[in-house]
Write a protein that binds this ligand. Structure first.
Ligand code: NAP
Length: 246
């Protein structure tokens, strides 16, 4: 019997999993992307874009498409879609797995200041700092009042509105980034502090290695608490879970 997997994506893990499930016999994968990026890198196979319209609508989607399993491989900071997936799966009785990359852990020499939100990160910046902001466009408003700080904002795509920052240099680029690249970026702009979410993974961790080597502060926005449920950290474990489902 064919299994229908709803794969909630938007991360490199989701992409890697989509590539694996595309090769599995007896598995139909519906990849779901929020549709925020204008030029997304597309996973193989079936892809749908945009929100479902809340958790009840997601439950209807699961029932109507006879989804037999949901893998939530969304970003650790995408709390709304993960909460919706949890309640929709509870409602429909659909098995759900969370594929979540482990967070970065501080190492000796790191100068991390953990904070609980973008708002708290803005408060934590020292006067006259030169900050590299890699939090994504949704969190930038929290920094708007810091008109004493010079920001370098790194985004994948140009924002659709002017950024609300008095001193701001926009850098548009898509990772992965290596140490050489990040060293050049931090040097070029005289960065004194890096502001980041604890995304985990290899693609964007080089900035932390460079910060450690150069005694640069890091304001680390902690992960929000996600929904309860079975969690794995690797694509291989997610495939094994899928294969074990009856
Ligand atoms: P969010 O706040 O948790 O989600 C907001 C709404 O967007 C959800 O309620 C849902 O709309 C829709 N949505 C989100 N992900 C979806 C998906 N994969 N498929 C279909 N609808 C989705 O999410 P977010 O923080 O805005 O992130 C949006 C997407 O970007 C996520 O898929 C995430 O994996 C990716 N991403 C996020 C971050 C981050 O820092 N937050 C970083 C990298 C990538 P409805 O309620 O209408 O269903």
């Amino acid at each position: 019997m064919t299994k229908t997997l709803l794969l909630l994506g938007g991360t490199s893990e989701a992409m890697a999993l989509a590539k694996r499930t595309a090769t599995l016999a007896g598995v139909r994968t519906i990849n779901s992307l929020a549709g925020r990026t204008r030029k997304p890198v597309l996973p193989p196979g079936e892809v749908r874009f945009g929100g479902f319209g809340g958790s009840a609508a997601l439950a209807r989607f699961i029932a109507n498409h006879e989804v037999t399993a949901v893998i939530d491989a969304t970003h650790p900071y995408a709390v709304q879609i993960s909460a919706n997936a949890a309640s929709a799966c509870d409602e429909t009785g659909c098995p759900r797995l969370i594929l979540e990359r482990p967070p970065w852990e501080p190492q000796p020499g790191d100068r991390w200041q953990p904070v609980s939100s973008a708002r708290a990160a803005a408060v934590a910046l020292l006067p006259e700092a030169r900050a590299l902001l890699t939090t994504g466009h949704r969190d930038i408003d929290a920094f708007a009042y810091r008109d004493d700080v010079r920001f370098v904002v790194r985004l994948i795509e140009a924002p659709d509105r002017p950024l609300p920052l008095k001193h701001c240099t926009l850098v548009l680029e898509r990772g992965p980034f290596d140490v050489e690249h990040e060293t050049a970026l931090l040097d070029r702009h005289g960065i004194t502090v890096v502001v980041t979410k604890n995304s985990g993974g290899k693609a964007s961790r080089a900035k932390l290695d460079v910060a450690r080597e150069n005694g640069i502060d890091v304001v680390m926005i902690d992960r929000p608490e996600g929904p309860a449920g079975d969690r794995v950290a690797t694509v291989g474990e997610a495939v094994a879970w899928l294969e074990c489902l009856g």
